[in-house]
Design a protein around this ligand. Structure first.
Ligand code: BTN
Length: 244
């Protein structure tokens, strides 16, 4: 699979954060562009957290200017999760060990191997930031209490993948998933995501900034929201951290 047509490709030795670089270049963007960094000095994770990643791990951001409404643009987190799943399955052959955790983590043998950070940018831009623990995962004590343990691709599968190989596989997988999303909408994406979902039908806890909801993970709805069956009835959650 070659580099997908219409996408720019840039590999930087070092940057503060590829998402920050995306914000700096979005104004002059001609078309979607992948920015990959071999080292980040100020990588950020979801909910204001720091993303810990030694050199050798994968860090990249796809910067683009989608023309849809904000609600549709936000569904790109599912496009990203599925593309990551496809790329990691192709690179390792370990598809059976991969799963997707709502809203947008990729699990390998039940541990977190990759995270996604979507950020809206000026000029209608979108940064899809992706980090993959290719060779090393942060120690469990450096992540939030109760969070799934971080794992690396190398430790779990024995397969050594370089950031450039990851970029090429991910860009190809993204282009296919993005075409499908633009052509058929979220319905097909949602089905594909659900068949790869971790803990579907099991009891999970979703923690928002204000409260915590525990219930059976019933589905993800047509807007990408988490649907839990709780003792108080059906609850739909737009944004939260999920704990197993
Ligand atoms: O918290 C998460 O799970 C999301 C982590 C996203 C990390 C990636 S690494 C590339 C891009 N640049 C950043 O500063 N963050 C994202």
């Amino acid at each position: 699979m070659g580099w997908p047509e219409g996408y720019g490709r840039r590999v930087m030795a070092e940057v503060d954060s590829t998402n920050a670089e995306a914000a700096r270049i979005v104004g002059g963007l001609g078309g979607p562009e992948w920015i990959c960094a071999l080292n980040q000095t100020a990588a950020r994770g979801r909910r204001g957290r720091v993303w810990i990643a030694p050199a050798g791990n994968f860090a990249a951001t796809l910067v683009m200017r989608p023309r849809e409404t904000a609600a549709v643009v936000a569904l790109r987190s599912f496009v990203a999760a599925l593309a990551l799943y496809d790329a990691l399955a192709a690179l390792t052959g370990a598809e059976a060990a991969l799963a997707l955790k709502w809203p947008n983590d990729v699990l390998l043998n039940g541990g977190k191997v990759a995270g996604i950070l979507l950020e809206g940018l000026p000029n209608g831009g979108l940064a899809v930031g992706i980090g993959v623990n290719l060779i090393a995962a942060p120690p469990a004590e450096q992540v939030e209490a109760g969070a799934v343990r971080p794992v690396s691709l190398l430790e779990e599968t024995g397969v050594r993948v370089s950031p450039e190989q990851m970029l090429d596989a991910l860009a190809a997988a993204w282009a296919m998933r993005e075409d499908s999303f633009v052509t058929y909408g979220f319905a097909a994406m949602r089905e594909a995501w659900l068949t790869r979902a971790a803990r579907l039908g099991e009891v999970i806890t979703a923690r928002t900034a204000r409260d915590s909801v525990t219930g059976t993970f019933e589905t993800v709805d047509a807007q990408g929201q988490l649907v839990l069956n709780t003792a108080q009835g059906r609850v739909t959650i737009a944004a939260a951290d999920v704990f197993f």
